[in-house]
Design a protein. Structure first.
Length: 359
């Protein structure tokens, strides 16, 4: 029997560790493990395990933080012609609506430092979801070398005064590099401008005055018009505060974390060669549907006409609902005493499932 494991992290175990437990449970069968992740540190760790390297922690650049209550951690993994970067920021009090001064500059600083530490990679992939910016990547571009007649790192509030901008230094820095921006699946179709744009949606949710929303939307429109207005009309341009537009304006593409790993590892072919596809998550419920990894893997298995099985820390969804999502069966792992040792609990449950799904 040929089994494809595409696990996410589960119960404190990173995706590669989960995969090792599953391989042990399906001993004697033809198995392949591809660690998966959706965003942040877990996504970076999955990429590191795929390319066989380690995640490195970059020191925080003081210039990269524009909020005194931010704790910014820059992570990078490089190997096999790939540089992957994520910046995770936490705030003492999350901002509701529009954060007028939030900047995407920390992400640009992290990427620039990562590129300075080694040879030019073939592919640069960036997690765009770690910050709360609303500046269409203006700070990101400035940190990478863009020049303008005003400070681009002051957030959307400062973009209304931009009259000139030169992004040629950024294009030169990334010349010949495949640039990929990773965004949450929920923002794949997010718009940047207009009534369906990020300012309109976030502003109306927070009860922002119409004048302020119109001014912010006009500032974003003016800024992107000076760089490249065409990608601003595409679905996904508004992802992650407009960083989706910035990546496309630099000639890059936007996809989800699982999609990038699937593309990198050729999971489409592996799924078609398998008899069974197995994925994991911490919680499988109707609200989250197990997260982006489960969603993507289930769709992959469905396209390949292969059954998909989910092992989750807890399962809070019925069989009818899960089958409508492309999942044949789901099994809870972290119940009772097994929570003290998630690896042992996973191996035990997976071994039982392997017996029922082997032929």
């Amino acid at each position: 029997m040929r089994v494809l494991f595409a696990p996410d992290s589960l119960g404190g175990l990173r995706a590669a560790e989960v995969g090792s437990c599953l391989v042990e449970a399906w001993e004697g069968h033809d198995t392949v493990v591809v660690p998966m992740g959706e965003s942040g540190g877990g996504w970076l760790q999955a990429i590191a395990d795929v390319v066989g390297t380690d995640v490195a922690l970059l020191p925080v650049d003081p210039e990269a933080s524009h909020h005194p209550d931010d704790a910014v951690v820059s992570l990078v993994v490089a190997g096999d012609g790939l540089t992957a970067v994520a910046v995770e920021a936490t705030r003492s009090e999350p901002v509701r609506g529009i954060d007028w001064s939030a900047s995407s500059a920390p992400l640009g600083h992290a990427l620039r430092r990562a590129l300075a530490d080694g040879p030019v990679p073939d592919t640069v992939v960036i997690d765009l979801a770690g910050l709360t910016n609303h500046d269409a990547g203006a700070g990101f571009l400035q940190a990478l070398g863009a020049r303008a007649d005003t400070d681009l790192a002051a957030g959307v509030a400062g973009l209304g005064s931009v009259g000139q901008i030169d992004v040629a230094p950024v294009r030169n820095l990334l010349a010949g590099v495949r640039l990929v921006g990773v965004v949450p699946d929920s923002e794949r179709k997010s718009h940047l401008l207009g009534l369906r744009g990020i300012t309109s949606i976030a502003g109306r949710e927070a009860g922002v005055e119409a004048e302020k929303m119109l001014a912010a939307d006009a500032a974003l429109e003016q800024f992107v018009g000076l760089v490249d207005p065409d990608p601003a009309a595409e679905a996904g341009a508004g992802a992650c505060g407009g960083l989706g537009w910035a990546v496309r304006a630099l000639g890059g593409s936007v996809m989800t974390g699982p999609e990038f790993l699937m593309d990198r590892c050729g999971l489409d072919l592996l799924a078609r060669q398998a008899d069974l596809v197995v994925t994991t998550c911490t919680s499988y419920d109707f609200a989250t549907r197990g997260g982006g990894v489960v969603k993507s893997v289930a769709e992959l298995a469905e396209d390949a006409l292969r059954p998909c099985v989910v092992l989750a820390g807890e399962v809070l969804i019925g069989s009818r609902e899960m089958r409508s999502m492309g999942v044949e069966a789901a099994y809870p792992v972290l119940t009772g005493s097994g929570e003290a040792d998630p690896a042992a609990a996973l191996r035990s449950v997976a071994a039982r499932i392997a017996r029922s799904w082997s032929w």
